[in-house]
Write a protein that binds this ligand. Structure first.
Ligand code: GUN
Length: 301
């Protein structure tokens, strides 16, 4: 592609997430004053998937750093589905638990949909329960999946009012693409959801003021697809091999190319990635207030 002289602003998700976690910690402390108890997050991990173990360790650490209680339940990979469901029901009934997260993926013999459906919707801080997907679709207060909500926070921080902007979401997963599209629609964007069957994807992306890439294909979105000045949010985290025989993380967007055309872009790593756990902690402290019947000012976090 022809390289132009422009250079995108880098959206620092790591710094934004640190600020969000500090705000969550302050609110968690005031919740403790008001309620006489600590907000709590329970995390369920089944099996020994190394990436999941890293996520769960980081969640536990950051939950404690935010002054909240962390309850970790690590179960062996061969745990029966009925035992996982029983644990979720026990956590639903536990007043010290405000939020429940069951780490995905689950081992193949466990039905993920069944497990998610068993989580009490008002403790579903991942926003995966169909009740919360429905609440998001119709504009009712609920819980929104952490990664797309984090993307929206970065977009609003960068752009302010999003109304009337053309947004293209690439990817239609239940965890990122679909809720991202709902969030952008609620902000009065004109939203296109593109996916593997979309015809002429480069031209579709070229119309967008906002591009959210969440497909899991390394560097698929090229710089020549980006409208000059657009804001690019890269949700992809892909590990690729380098010619030197090492590995490195890249997003779904060709960062070097896109950074010459975009107005602003999230890097990988250090963009969207750090937002997910920060938003999880935010959802948990919101759940604590709702579960305890204590008001939390709209837009406080
Ligand atoms: N696995 C990878 N990311 C996530 C997440 O955000 N929530 C859950 N429950 N599992 C995951």
């Amino acid at each position: 592609m022809t390289i132009t002289s422009t250079s995108a602003a880098v959206i620092d998700g790591k710094a934004f997430a640190e600020g969000l976690r500090a705000r969550v910690a302050a609110i968690a402390a005031s919740f403790e004053q008001a309620s006489g108890r600590t907000a709590g997050l329970a995390v369920v991990l089944v099996g020994e998937d190394p990436a999941s173990q890293v996520y769960v360790r980081n969640k536990g650490k950051q939950t404690l750093e935010a002054g909240m209680a962390s309850f970790e339940h690590k179960l062996p990979a061969d745990t029966a589905e009925a035992d996982v469901l029983a644990l979720v029901q026990q956590l639903n009934a536990d007043p010290a638990v405000d939020g429940i997260l069951v780490q995905l993926p689950l081992p193949a013999h466990i039905d993920e949909d069944k497990v998610i459906a068993t989580i009490a919707p008002d403790k579903d801080v991942d926003g995966f329960h169909v009740i919360n997907a429905g609440r998001l679709a119709v504009g009712q207060a609920g819980y929104v999946p952490c990664t797309p909500l984090g993307c929206l926070m970065l977009l609003k921080d960068r752009l302010g009012d999003l109304s009337g902007l053309d947004a293209v979401v690439i990817g239609r997963s239940n965890i990122v693409g679909k809720p991202m599209a709902q969030l952008l629609l609620a902000e009065s964007c004109t939203v296109t959801v593109a996916h593997s069957r979309t015809k002429n994807l480069p031209d579709v992306v070229r119309r967008a003021d906002i591009v959210v890439a969440a497909v899991g294909r390394p560097e698929m979105v090229k710089g020549s697809w980006i409208k000059p000045g657009a804001t690019v949010i890269d949700v992809g985290i892909n590990r690729i091999s380098t010619p030197e025989g090492k590995t490195r993380l890249v997003g779904d967007v060709d960062y070097v190319e896109a950074a010459h055309v975009a107005g602003a872009i999230t890097p990988v790593p250090g963009g969207v990635g750090p937002m997910t756990i920060a938003v999880l902690l935010r959802n948990t402290v919101v759940a604590a207030h709702r579960n305890a019947g204590i008001a939390l000012a709209e837009g406080a976090i």
